[in-house]
Ligand binder design. Structure first.
Ligand SMILES: Nc1ncnc2c1ncn2[C@@H]1O[C@H](COP(=O)(O)OP(=O)(O)O)[C@@H](O)[C@H]1O
Ligand SMILES: [Mg+2]
Length: 291
């Protein structure tokens, strides 16, 4: 059982980095060898998330053929708190202007787009075959950019992350129809993850678009989880099931420094939501039911 899972979105700020980092940490805690890659090459943030700013080598170096997988992936298991039974390894991206330019494949023949993509596929293969990765988790760039598409192409599972109240439902729909459709034809599994839904700080009487609490959410999880009809509509229009709904938690949104809520607070509802997501995705079975 090996899986490459990408967290993608149409726009930024939907929670890809927060969720991919915490999700990876929880899988490592369970005993898996997890490789978390920052492929948000245009605006990477795992470096500041884990406070690692000068890795020996960057993912960029591997893609350009100038580094090995061991150079690029840093084992941070001992740096994170908790009883971690597996390992957490992270590959960081260099966002300097010249590096981004090189990754666009326009600089020389050696870094042609085809060669870069080949190296990216090689990175995935080496992680699974040489490094015995159980999971490769990829934090992507939002939208339809060269490296987002490449990431979707190498992934077994794509999780389209949406922020509740997102104004860009139409853009998301279009992207999913045009791009995801092509990948699902070849067996990629795609799911919707609705993040930052009405949470603990919302007062029902003053909610602008009152929505029905569906039966399945009554008494479960946050107790506040609701469906926006437009999001349900999105799910059915693009035919992607909702795999998880995560409320907005003020302590996460307003924390002054990013940290792994999933490890620091095992009983936090955010942690429980991600643990539930891990259970769904760790099995070999195709997850086909809605939450
Ligand atoms: N469920 C959540 N509740 C509250 N804040 C969240 C939640 N998920 C993410 N955030 C916050 O939203 C902001 C954007 O998240 P981030 O992971 O950086 O998004 P992206 O990587 O998609 O741009 C961050 O400040 C993060 O702490
Ligand atoms: Mg991010």
């Amino acid at each position: 059982m090996t899986k490459c899972i990408a967290f993608h979105s149409y726009k930024g700020g939907t929670g890809k980095t927060t969720i991919s980092a915490n999700f990876s940490a929880l899988l490592a805690k369970k005993g898996y060898n997890v490789y978390l890659l920052d492929l948000d090459v245009y605006a990477p943030s795992l470096g500041s998330y884990f406070d690692i700013h000068e890795p020996k080598k960057w993912i960029n170096d591997f893609l350009l053929g100038n580094a090995s997988v061991d150079d690029v992936c840093i084992d941070i298991t001992k740096r994170i708190s908790g009883d971690i039974k597996g390992t957490l390894n992270v590959g960081f991206a260099n966002s300097s202007k010249e590096e981004i330019y090189k990754l666009e494949g326009n600089v020389s023949r050696q870094s042609s787009q085809m060669q870069l993509l080949r190296n990216f596929i090689l990175l995935r293969e080496e992680l699974f075959v040489k490094k015995n990765a159980d999971f490769v988790i990829i934090d992507t760039s939002p939208g339809i950019r060269y490296w987002s598409i490449n990431t979707l192409a190498v992934s077994d599972i794509v999780i389209l992350t949406l922020k509740m109240g997102d104004l860009d439902i139409e853009g998301t729909k279009k992207m999913a129809q045009e791009i995801y459709g092509a990948f699902t034809k070849f067996g990629t599994l795609c799911y919707l993850l609705l993040n930052r839904g009405p949470g603990y700080c919302s007062i029902p009487e003053f909610q602008h678009n009152p929505v029905n609490i569906t039966e399945k959410h009554k008494g479960g999880g946050s107790g506040n989880s609701r469906h926006y009809s437009s999001l349900e509509d999105l799910s059915s229009t693009i035919d992607i099931g909702i795999i998880s709904e995560i409320p907005c938690y003020c302590d996460i949104q307003f924390s002054t420094k990013e940290f792994l809520t999933g490890l620091e607070y095992p009983e936090h509802p955010f942690t429980l939501k991600l643990a539930n997501l891990a259970t769904k995705l760790e099995t070999n079975e195709t997850y086909s039911q809605q939450q």
